[in-house]
Design a protein around this ligand. Structure first.
Ligand code: TRP
Ligand code: SF4
Length: 340
């Protein structure tokens, strides 16, 4: 049997490094899309903990908490283990084996041309990242994707090149060891969401390391506080100055989180100075809180009950492992590797 014949539904794989509690940027950039896709595709959602290690290998003590918090948030917003396989990369050792094998087919130059290598190591001079592991980051990602014969990989813009590398290496292995009718790997496609980029409340990119994030399941009061200090259109200094919503990140949040029935009132209110920034932000905070109230409640439940998220991962790991073993048996056979 060919392991690629897994039914009619297309296969999707995506993942993210465990960063702990998920923020609105994670939601808009990835999770919202995953939620939508889990209904119609066969989905694999992976916690990429080995990938986290490529840059944070010097202190891994926060890893367990980060994995836990990330998975709890995923479940809280509605990723559904009945629909999708949710698993941890390092629990499936086959990823390491496939990474090793793909490395044989990966020209050094292909890795050296990657943006994150160039930015951090070549131009950025960050010698802590001048490691074999960090250089191989995209190769490990290819292993994640090819392992499950994914058709579709939803990613952010910065990850597109990694999927392109995956296409290249899959094609190379297929050319050398596959046939037209029976390729070794399925060549995946990337899928960009149409999500806008949300800035942090200080106007910089939303990132945990800047401390400017609004978290999905944070207490309503904290959301209000963080929204209240969000940077607005700098031209709107006084209450009677008209503003330009397009220059204000509060507006970009409204477009994503606020019921469209309020959009006009905010936009017109801003450009005519009909509403003040304070009211505009109050509305936003209450809309965010309303949207994520169920997730907050679910999170509280999951925190009470540590067995639940654990058993979700146990089941997900088991399912992923079965698939991964099957893939690797075929890969070893195709590559004429030793089999017992
Ligand atoms: N590199 C991805 C990120 O930083 C995480 C990731 C690891 C991933 N393996 C993957 C994403 C496979 C998609 C498919 O977000
Ligand atoms: Fe921004 Fe709203 Fe103030 Fe306009 S009214 S500048 S959209 S916060």
């Amino acid at each position: 049997m060919n392991g690629m014949e897994t039914g009619e539904r297309k296969i999707l794989l995506s993942g993210s490094r465990p960063t702990g509690r998920q923020h609105l940027g994670n939601y808009v950039g990835a999770l919202a899309q995953w939620l939508e896709l889990q209904d119609n595709l066969e989905c694999f959602f992976m916690v990429a903990d080995w990938h986290a290690l490529t840059s944070t290998y010097r202190d891994t003590s926060t890893l367990p908490d980060n994995i836990r918090n990330q998975v709890i948030d995923w479940l809280s917003i509605g990723l559904d283990p009945a629909k999708a396989t949710i698993f941890v990369q390092s629990a499936i050792k086959e990823h390491a084996e496939l990474h090793l094998l793909l490395a044989m087919f990966t020209p050094l130059g292909m890795m050296e041309r990657c943006t994150s290598w160039k930015d951090n190591v070549v131009e950025g001079g960050n010698d802590l990242l001048r490691t074999y592991g960090f250089l191989g980051y995209p190769c490990l990602q290819s292993a994640d994707i090819l392992m499950y014969h994914a058709d579709i990989v939803p990613v952010g813009k910065d990850q597109v090149e990694h999927v392109e590398k995956t296409q290249d290496v899959a094609q190379k292995v297929n050319f050398l060891y596959g046939t037209e009718e029976n390729p070794v790997f399925r060549v995946p496609e990337w899928k960009l969401g149409n999500a806008p980029v949300l800035l942090g409340n200080d106007g910089r990119k939303m990132s945990k390391s800047y401390g400017n994030c609004i978290y999905i399941t944070e207490p309503a009061k904290d959301v209000e506080q963080k929204v209240s200090v969000m940077v607005t259109d700098p031209a709107r200094v006084r209450r009677h100055d008209p503003g330009t919503p397009e220059l204000c990140s509060v507006w970009s949040y409204h477009k994503v989180f606020t019921d469209p029935k309020h959009h006009d009132e905010v936009h017109v209110g801003c450009t005519t100075a009909g509403i003040g920034c304070r009211d505009c932000k109050k509305l936003l905070a209450s809309e965010i809180n309303r949207k994520f109230e169920p997730a907050r409640a679910r999170r509280a439940e999951l925190e009470q009950n540590p067995d639940e998220w654990r058993s979700v991962l146990d089941a997900g790991n088991k399912a992923a492992r079965a698939r991964a073993r099957q893939t690797m048996e075929q890969v070893r056979e195709r590559l004429h590797l030793y089999t017992e």
